[in-house]
Design a protein around this ligand. Structure first.
Ligand SMILES: Cc1cc2nc3c(=O)[nH]c(=O)nc-3n(C[C@H](O)[C@H](O)[C@H](O)COP(=O)(O)OP(=O)(O)OC[C@H]3O[C@@H](n4cnc5c(N)ncnc54)[C@H](O)[C@@H]3O)c2cc1C
Length: 364
């Protein structure tokens, strides 16, 4: 099938999740035409309790007052996504869904992406914001394209506070018990209210003792993570075992939240991955967010680091740089960001190493 060629944009971004949307917003300040290519319709993620700084939208766009709702504080992934997506649409960013990119490359004066249905999108530059299994990273750094399994997982669940008798604290809590760590966090309800009794509560339970099930189900192969463990992958006796462990290790109110999720089989097993980059750009291609670097969610840093990538890129890539020497602008972005992001991931790797070591000692 001959590729159908789409009109050229200034910037093509692969991946329309948080990093892709923040990069689009930051670059929109220069008046660029921006096309975002997203493979899925279902961009719903779970697991993250994202810390949103005051005035994030204003900082990204360089505008003094942004309409729309992106409230500062600890927010659910969905709330942050809705806020960023609404702002990107308002800024005129062209967001295409069901556009999985299979291949990217470069011509003399452009970068291009080919989607599964044969369309070819070209831009003066291309940004990979396509997450930890990035297709764009394969081109930017063919020698080291893969994020690596960190030898533990996070069981993740969400419950409605109203469905629980227990009452929850107003802030995040980090707990340690035996070989496990637990992060519990209250979140605003879908309508934005954060009144006690009407919130959602989320939890992430870090566990290095169930790697075998990840391998048996093909979620992890060798060092590589293929996908998360969905409830349908999990045998009933695994839910029973998690319930027993929760009763033994976790205090109220988090125990009740975990047991309520287990009773609904509403638990996701997310293998933790890490990627220390040694490149962030090559020619007209560059990387941001989890495509560029992946750190354990224990650091709580993934979202803030992606926001910093977006701001840094927009600082080097203004209209003059895009028209006259985009390759030099992307090289300058790499030179400025590489060491800071490596430090973030290296610090996370130390946390992971200590956690896995302590978990193995506690289980021995
Ligand atoms: C369990 C868990 C808990 C976390 N908790 C926190 C936390 O508490 N605090 C924090 O700051 N961070 C946390 N993070 C990390 C944080 O969510 C990410 O670092 C941040 O959201 C940036 O993600 P991203 O947009 O770069 O990547 P992703 O969210 O992975 O988005 C990539 C996007 O690219 C799309 N895509 C992928 N491949 C293609 C393709 N070939 N073609 C087209 N589209 C494609 C995907 O569909 C997706 O929409 C957590 C992560 C996990 C897994």
């Amino acid at each position: 099938m001959a590729p159908s060629v789409q009109p050229m944009a200034d910037v093509v971004i692969v991946g329309a999740s948080l990093a892709g949307l923040m990069t689009a917003l930051a670059l929109s300040r220069h008046g660029f035409s921006i096309t975002l290519l997203e493979r899925s319709n279902d961009t719903d993620r779970t697991g993250a309790a994202l810390q949103v700084g005051h005035g994030l939208l204003e900082q990204l766009t360089g505008r003094r007052h942004m309409p729309g709702a992106l409230v500062a504080g600890v927010q659910s992934w969905q709330a942050v996504y809705r806020g960023l997506r609404g702002a990107a649409e308002e800024a005129g960013v062209n967001i295409l869904q069901q556009a999985p990119v299979l291949e990217v490359g470069e011509g003399d004066d452009h970068a291009w992406a080919r989607t599964a249905d044969g369309r070819r999108f070209a831009g003066t530059i291309m940004v990979g914001a396509d997450g930890y299994q990035s297709v764009v990273r394969r081109n930017v750094n063919p020698q080291s394209p893969d994020a690596i399994f960190a030898n533990y997982l996070a069981w993740v669940g969400f419950a409605e506070e109203a469905a629980l008798v227990a009452r929850f604290p107003p802030h995040l809590e980090f707990l340690e018990a035996g070989p496990y760590l637990l992060l519990g966090f209250p979140l605003s309800a879908a309508d934005g209210t954060s009144a006690p009794g009407r919130r959602r509560v989320g939890w992430a339970w870090y566990d290095a003792g169930h790697n075998a099930i990840l391998r048996q189900t093909g979620a992890v192969e060798g060092d590589l993570v293929r996908r998360s463990l969905r409830p349908g992958d999990m045998p009933e006796d695994l839910f029973d075992e998690l319930a027993r462990l929760a009763r033994r290790h976790w205090p109220s109110p988090w125990r009740e939240a975990i047991l309520e999720c287990i009773a609904r089989n509403a638990v996701l097993g997310t293998p933790v991955v890490e990627y220390v980059p040694d490149r962030l750009a090559r020619g007209r291609l560059c990387l941001v967010g989890d495509a560029a670097h992946v750190t354990t969610p224990m650091t709580g840093n993934g979202f803030a680091t992606a926001a910093d990538d977006a701001l840094s890129l927009a600082g080097f890539l203004d209209d003059h740089a895009l028209r006259h020497d985009p390759v030099a602008a992307l090289a300058a972005y790499e030179a400025a960001r590489l060491q800071p992001v490596r430090r973030v991931v290296e610090a996370g790797k130390r946390l992971s190493r200590d956690f896995v070591h302590a978990a193995r000692s506690a289980s021995a």
